[in-house]
Design a protein around this ligand. Structure first.
Ligand SMILES: [Zn+2]
Length: 169
């Protein structure tokens, strides 16, 4: 990546996060807290977008706005905020990343590589020390368009409030 593109990527990432947070600040103050939890300071944000391209998948993790039921339920797109794996578990980003048994194979692989490379598997500032681990973290398969947690298939459907139900797994 050239220095110019690198800077563009950093600025685009910061702008996207800012925009999403401003748009939804009135809905919940906890949204900003999640982003600050992942990226406590500006150096972390700059370093992140210097290493990886901005993507919708990444902002799902950073902002908590995405295809998981906690978010969809807030906008009455999903009937419940609970995950299929446990009637008491709220399906939020952290549940999908750290606890949900549906994604255990990808999680175990990610954690094993992180352990081998001596980085903390769910701390972005630590993952940034190894480019391969931050990319693997973002690529955890539940965030891919072809494998959403359970409900919608793309952002245009989300914005149009059209819900396509997938068969329960
Ligand atoms: Zn689950």
């Amino acid at each position: 990546m050239t220095p110019k593109r690198n800077l563009d990527s950093i600025l685009r990432g910061i702008r996207e996060i800012n925009q999403r947070l401003n748009n939804d600040r009135y809905i919940t103050a906890s949204t900003g807290a999640l982003t600050r939890n992942w990226l406590p300071n500006l150096d972390n944000i700059i370093q992140l977008f210097a290493q990886v391209e901005y993507s919708f998948h990444l902002t799902q993790i950073l902002t908590g706005h995405g295809y998981h039921r906690q978010y969809l339920h807030r906008f009455k797109i999903a009937e419940t905020d609970k995950c299929n794996c446990d009637p008491n578990a709220v399906q939020d980003i952290l549940h999908l990343l750290k606890d949900c048994p549906r994604f255990i194979r990808q999680r175990v692989q990610h954690m094993a590589i992180c352990q081998y490379l001596k980085v903390k598997p769910f701390e972005i500032s630590d993952l940034l020390k190894r480019e391969s681990t931050i990319k693997l973290f973002i690529e955890l398969s539940f965030l891919r368009r072809d494998n959403p947690p359970d409900a919608v298939t793309d952002a245009s459907e989300l914005s149009g409030n059209i819900l396509i139900k997938f068969s329960e797994q």
